[in-house]
Design a protein around this ligand. Structure first.
Ligand code: TRP
Length: 330
């Protein structure tokens, strides 16, 4: 196929008004002046952070990515049948769309494949993904929406005749309950009669396996966690010494979530020149960098209900480590 023919099947819209650095500065100032301190997880993913996260997904201990992939591969057609064979797949946080290909394959086998709408903050990755997909899937139209999907959800165009909105990777687990209810509620409000949400969630299991998934023996996760400090050094002129912090990953079984932190190894003072801020850390003081909520089917049904959604499909892997589920508007 000729290049211009492929390009005809790609369209792009970009909504990136707010300057990324201004948002970073505001979030970091807020987080570091809070008691206890906390950093927002979306800043893990600079180039090095994204590479480290790729490595995490390949670790023996980190089962979610490969388990979700296996469900999409083995049960993709079943999921699409339950979703009413949508012709449009919208994906929030699409990235390189590597797991998504299993869904697109299943759509092709069921002959409903029409359009793919990747929604992602990175224009480079989204375009690159679009270009390879139009080459791989004959006739597929790809409409890229470059935005922060949490902020710009309402701007994603509706699918003309039934769409599936995929939010994979267990990322919903990284929201606090209030923000989660609000976000799922906005998704519910944006769903048409025939649209459905496909959500990936990690499931509650033994503490030992959960904690190992977030504290691997090679130390990749520890490096990933500390990378957020390097991001602040580079973007905000901070002088964090990553070696002066240690990675902490604990499962909080009351809240059913992983609690991921950085613990200061000594009394220390850090200066963030770019935002004119100085903060001190006591020895052993902990700063949260991420939560990752774990679910059961029952708890997820409650989460859906509180956001105006109803579960209408449940697709765990055979070992029940992870599940994809379908939901529609109530
Ligand atoms: N969304 C991923 C998860 O909750 C992100 C993640 C994996 C993560 N390992 C981490 C975040 C370690 C911070 C630290 O599983």
């Amino acid at each position: 196929m000729k290049a211009e023919r492929l390009a005809e099947r790609i369209s792009v819209e970009v909504h990136l008004e707010e300057d990324h650095r201004a948002a970073l500065a505001r979030d970091v100032r807020l987080g570091l002046t809070m008691e206890p301190k906390e950093l927002p997880p979306k800043y893990f993913y600079d180039e090095r952070g994204s590479r480290l996260f790729e490595q995490i997904t390949e670790l023996e201990e980190y089962y979610p990515t490969r388990t979700e992939r296996a469900i999409l591969r083995d049960r993709g057609e079943e999921i699409l049948a339950a979703a009413g064979d949508p012709s449009t797949l919208v994906e929030l946080g699409s990235g390189s769309a590597s797991k998504t290909r299993h869904l697109l394959d299943a759509m092709r086998r069921r002959e409903c494949l029409g359009a793919y709408v990747p929604v992602d903050i990175s224009p480079e990755i989204t375009l690159e993904t679009a270009e390879s997909l139009v080459g791989e899937y004959e006739g597929l139209g790809v409409h890229c929406v470059v935005c922060d999907f949490e902020r710009d959800l309402e701007r994603i165009p509706p699918a003309p005749d039934g769409g599936l909105i995929a939010f994979l990777g267990g990322t919903i687990g990284n929201f606090y309950p209030d923000a989660r209810r609000e976000f799922l509620g906005r998704i519910a409000a944006s769903l048409g009669e025939r649209d459905m949400l496909l959500l990936g969630t990690d499931l509650i299991k033994e503490r030992r396996r959960l904690e190992a998934a977030y504290d691997d023996s090679l130390g990749v996760t520890a490096e990933f966690n500390k990378n957020v400090l390097r991001v602040l050094n580079a973007q905000l002129g901070a002088d964090f010494d990553p070696a002066a912090f240690e990675h902490v990953a604990r499962y909080d079984d009351r809240a059913a979530r992983m609690d991921i932190r950085l613990r200061s190894l000594c009394d220390q003072r850090v200066t963030l020149r770019g935002i004119d801020l100085e903060v001190t850390f006591d020895a052993a003081e902990e700063m949260r960098t991420e939560i990752s909520c774990k679910f059961t089917r029952h708890r997820l049904e409650q989460v859906y209900a509180s956001a105006g959604l109803r579960m209408c499909g449940w697709f765990p892997d055979p070992a029940r480590d992870y599940a994809l589920s379908l939901a529609r508007r109530r």
